[in-house]
Structures are given as structure tokens and as C-alpha cells.
Write a protein that binds this ligand. Structure first.
Ligand code: FEO
Length: 575
């Protein structure tokens, strides 16, 4: 294998690796991509992976992000004369992979673009010049020679409606683009070290794939009909080879768990319009945190009957406003009509504008849903500028509010269904009273906690159990920093009352509260008895909670003679 790192500036590099005979990956390494999309929350950068397959004919699978234009094109032309490219396979048309298709086509006008029918339509809008193309779908293949027969399968909604996977019978490589990917950037082209990447793999799944769990299962069933897969050549992060079976099994298990949720919400968006897909993903992520499943549906390409079926079985609807004009307007309008016709009383609804420049107004449509009897789950989200971290926090918290609204009956039932002896005994486990405060970029949050326990002397460390649907959970990923504020016996009521309030999505938790800023940037509550500055080391999943183990770097007590407030409970089946 040959690795050729070429550096153009501090944090954008490119790498080429021969991964199998006749097969080379061109990996664009984006070391410090900003967190402007929700799934980049772990901040380990990302890669955009493109591939060259050279049989008697040559195929290029995907390209790269436009920010790599010169570097990518220089690398590509260093590997091959573009005039020799016969096919460009488009896994899907999101610009981080197809952003340079136009440039490659200028160098290789003879190349035939292979993609799903929807992808070619989207690409025409992106390229704005005629090009040769061929639609491909499940069951079809193209023969590149030298044994490289490429089989295609449709994998819609993973995560765009136009996604296809391509399987090379000659090498056993399956090209999946976003599916089975992760935002993780380093020089290892493969997944040698599972422990280094598994958190990012899971986080990426939760943000991008969990809302499409049914589609993941459908695609994986189609994958079983292909030949033996020895490598998943994804579009982001290290390629899966060393831990392939394990990584595929995780997708299968996580997706099956999602589809078993008692309730689900249909989230409608318009792909490639404003920030509709990103906003809908953030809302979906917030919903999934509450244990409610999500089905994402693209209004531009969804089948009308399918839309009817999805709305009929959903407990809730989230609708991103479509454009008033432009492509696919007929399909979109028909689908909106179907959503309205299929919606029914007792469902809940949330709506958002996506800053597409031409959004249909929310209120008239919302009024129609309210007339049918649907309950508004969160204040409508109106995005008036490029989304930032605070926008995504607002969206995620709105989704969580919607999910909690749907789960409320179940929780009340759970609280009422006491197993007296067991629950009373469990209730005798007591803890102190604490408030966790965190700030990350423009986003801050806080949470009352009592499931806190010291867990190590060296380094000084402790664990906190954080319910999965807590807003602050998103700010407590590995390496995130926060403050643990210890409340004082006899003097905790005001703080406790304030932080037990139900905050609206995106609301400032610290309004009217005295704070100082810790060295790590998080708020310290001035009226707390003590504080500890902490950094998350690791997280363990425990069904409905995360156990977050953190090390402590600094701390102070205001009154050494005061005692920590203690939380006594009667039963252990709720807080
Ligand atoms: Fe990595 Fe959907 O683009």
C-alpha cells in the first residue's frame, strides 16, 4: 500500500491509499471542520472519501467537498488522466461528496454519470451543463472488466433520498458513502482501533441514521444478497475492514431497537432546500433522545401513498415548510395535501421554516392542522439567519419537548405502577443535590442532579447518571467540560426551584441567577456551597441514562463547615 500525504495548509490534507488491486481511495482530510452541523458534535474533524476503480474501464466513486477543489483535482490528475475516466458513480448528491462533480466533468466530459434517478435530477441542478448519464437501481450492474463488476443497490434515505450503494464483485468492497461512516479524521485509512472510533461511529449513527432506522434495515437486507463484503468503503472517516462484522452488527441492532419504539414521529423536510435537512435532523435527534422513533421523509421525492401510510401510523408530525416555487413543486404540494388529509386528532405537530429564501408561511398551514385537532408540540421555529450552535440547540430541545409530550402518559403510568417493596427499597438509595452547568461555544445548559458518586482518587473523578432526554447531555460528550455545583443543606431551595422549572426550547437557563465563569468557561453558581471543574473522560450507556465519568481539575468550597444537601426519596422508580 502507498500512502502519499500532501499538505496544502495547516489543517486540510489529502491522502491516497491503494486499498485493493486496481482500487485507490482519495481521502480529503478536514482536520478541524467546525461544528455547523449537528453530527459534528464530537469535533474530531472529518474526511471525504472518494475512490478510483481501474479495470479495463475506470470508475470514480464520489468526489469531495468544494473546499478541497484544487488539492483534490491535483491529486486526481496525478493518479489518472481524466480522459480515461469512463464512469462517475454518485452515491448521493449532497455537496460534501458531489461538490466537485462539475469540475471533474469539465476535465472528463466523456464520463458517464451513474446514479439513482433522483440523484441525476438533483445533479442537473448542481452542474448546470449537459452531461452523459445512466440511471441505476437495485439489481443492475456495470462491468468495468478485470473482474470488477459493480452491482448497485438502492439505499434511499441513508441519508438522502437518492442514495445508492455500489458493490465490486472483484474486490468485495461495498461503497456506501454516508452509511457506516463517522466524522473522525486521522491518517489511518482503516478502522484498526475500534476503541478510538466507536464513540464517533455511534454519535454519527444517532444523528444521521437513527431517524432512518427502517431504511437502514431495508438496505442491510439488500446487502445480504450481494457477495461477500470484506470492506465498507464509506464516505466519511476510516474505512471498515478490521471490525467490519462488529460495526455492521451494531447498525443492525441499533436500527432494530429504534423500530421497536412504541411511538414514532414523521419528520418531513425538503432535501437541498435552505437548512431543511439539517434542522430536521436536529429536531429528530431531540425526539430520539426521549425513546420515541422517527421517520424522516423528503417531500421532494416521497411517494404519495407512502406519505399517507407514514402519517397514519405516526403519533406526531414535524413539518419543514416547503418553498413556494422551484423544482418538484407539484410533488411537494401533493405530499403536503396528503399529510393534512391523513393527519388526525390526538396527533401532535411541530413546524419550522428553514431559511430557504422562499418558505411557505407557517401560520396558515398550522391553523389547518389545529382545525383537524392536532396539538402544537413546540413553538414554531423560524430561522432567519444561517443556523449556528444555538439554533441547533433550539431545534434539538424542541424535538425533545415533542418526544416528552408523547412519552408523558407512559411515564405517569410507570410512576403509578409501584412494585411497593422493590421500589421502596430502591428509594432508600440517596444522593446529594447538585447542579451541573456547562457552556460549549454559544450554547449553555444546566441540570439538577442527584445521581452523583465519586469514582476515583487518581485522577480525582466521579460519575453522574444523566437521563438520555436531558438537554445538557449533548454538552457532556467525551472531552467536554462542565462544572458540578454542590448545593448546601438548608440553602438550596431557590436554586433547586429555579432549575427544576420547565424551560422553553432554547431558553437561557441562567437568567436571574448569580454566576461566575470557571476557568473551563462553564458557569459557576455563586450561591452554591462548592464547585468542581470537570472534563468528561468516558460514558457508559445504561438503557435510559448515560453514566458519565469525569475527572476533576479544580474545585473550591465557600463554607468548610456547611453540609451538602441530601436528596431523600420514598421510591426508586422516578427521581
Ligand atoms: Fe456526507 Fe450526506 O453527505
Amino acid at each position: 500500500m502507498v500512502t502519499t500525504p500532501i499538505k496544502i495548509e495547516k489543517r486540510l490534507t489529502i491522502q491516497t491509499v491503494d486499498i485493493e488491486p486496481d482500487t485507490t481511495t482519495i481521502r480529503s482530510l478536514d482536520w478541524d471542520r467546525d461544528r455547523f452541523d449537528i453530527e459534528f458534535g464530537l469535533q474530531n474533524g472529518t474526511t471525504y472519501n472518494s475512490y478510483l476503480i481501474r479495470g479495463e474501464k475506470t470508475a470514480l466513486v464520489d468526489t469531495s467537498h468544494a473546499k478541497f477543489r484544487q488539492l483534490y483535482l491535483d491529486t486526481l490528475t496525478g493518479l489518472i488522466d481524466p480522459q480515461e475516466i469512463d464512469y462517475i458513480i454518485i452515491s448521493h448528491t449532497e455537496p460534501d461528496h458531489s461538490g466537485l462533480v462539475k469540475d471533474v466533468l469539465e476535465l472528463a466530459p466523456q464520463a458517464v454519470v451513474l446514479g439513482a434517478k433522483t440523484a441525476i435530477k438533483f445533479l442537473e441542478d448542481l452542474v448546470h451543463q449537459p452531461f452523459e448519464y445512466k440511471f441505476v437501481k437495485s439489481g443492475e450492474s456495470v462491468d468495468l472488466g478485470k473482474g470488477h463488476i459493480i452491482d448497485f443497490i438502492n439505499a434511499p434515505n441513508l441519508h438522502w433520498p437518492d442514495t445508492i450503494f455500489s458493490y465490486d464483485r472483484g474486490t468485495g468492497i461495498l461503497y456506501t458513502c454516508d452509511a457506516f461512516g463517522m466524522h473522525y479524521c486521522d491518517n489511518n485509512a482503516f478502522d484498526e482501533e475500534l476503541s478510538a472510533i466507536e464513540r464517533d461511529y455511534r454519535f454519527y449513527y444517532e444523528c444521521l441514521m437513527a431517524p432512518n432506522a427502517r431504511s437502514v434495515i431495508s438496505a442491510m437486507k439488500r446487502m445480504k444478497k450481494l457477495g461477500e463484503i470484506n470492506t465498507v468503503a464509506n464516505g466519511h472517516g476510516p474505512l471498515l475492514r478490521h471490525n467490519l462484522k462488529e460495526m455492521l452488527n451494531r447498525y443492525w441492532d441499533w436500527s432494530n431497537a429504534q423500530t421497536k419504539a412504541e411511538k414514532n414521529v414523521a419528520v418531513f423536510y425538503v432535501s437541498d432546500y435552505g437548512y431543511s435537512d439539517r434542522v430536521s435532523q436536529a429536531i429528530a435527534h431531540g425526539i430520539i433522545k426521549t425513546g420515541v422513533a422517527v421517520e424522516m421523509v423528503d417531500l421532494r421525492s416521497a411517494d404519495n401513498n407512502e406519505v399517507h401510510e407514514i402519517v397514519s401510523r405516526a403519533a406526531g408530525i414535524v413539518l419543514g415548510m416547503p418553498p413556494l416555487s422551484g423544482n418538484n413543486l407539484k410533488e411537494i404540494t401533493t405530499n403536503i395535501g396528503t399529510i393534512l388529509a391523513a393527519s388526525k386528532e390526538k396527533q401532535v405537530i411541530g413546524m419550522f421554516e428553514s431559511y430557504g429564501g422562499d418558505d411557505e408561511p407557517i401560520d396558515p398551514l398550522l391553523t389547518k392542522f389545529r382545525e383537524v385537532g392536532l396539538k402544537k408540540a413546540f413553538p414554531s421555529i423560524r430561522i432567519k439567519d444561517n443556523p449556528d450552535e444555538a439554533t441547533y440547540q433550539l431545534c434539538e430541545e424542541s424535538g425533545t419537548d415533542l418526544g416528552q409530550l408523547l412519552s408523558r402518559d407512559k411515564i405517569v403510568k410507570q410512576i403509578k405502577s409501584l412494585d411497593t417493596d422493590l421500589d421502596k427499597a430502591l428509594g432508600r438509595i440517596s444522593g446529594g443535590l447538585y447542579i451541573i452547568t456547562a457552556k460549549k461555544g454559544d450554547v449553555s445548559s444546566a441540570m439538577l442532579a442527584s445521581w452523583v458518586s465519586q469514582a476515583s482518587f487518581e485522577p480525582p473523578g466521579f460519575t453522574i447518571a444523566v437521563a438520555k432526554d436531558r438537554a445538557i447531555e449533548s454538552l457532556m460528550q467525551v472531552r467536554d467540560r462542565f462544572v458540578l455545583n454542590v448545593l448546601e443543606e438548608g440553602k438550596y431551595q431557590n436554586l433547586m426551584k429555579h432549575f427544576l422549572k420547565r424551560f422553553k426550547p432554547g431558553a437561557d437557563r441562567f437568567a436571574g441567577v448569580n454566576t461566575q465563569t470557571a476557568n473551563n468557561g462553564s458557569p459557576i453558581l455563586t450561591d452554591a456551597l462548592a464547585y468542581l471543574e470537570c472534563e468528561v473522560v468516558t460514558r457508559m450507556e445504561c438503557r435510559d441514562h448515560w453514566i458519565v465519568y469525569s475527572k476533576v481539575s479544580d474545585g473550591r468550597v465557600s463554607d468548610p463547615n456547611a453540609l451538602t444537601a441530601v436528596h431523600h426519596r420514598k421510591v426508586g422508580n422516578h427521581y
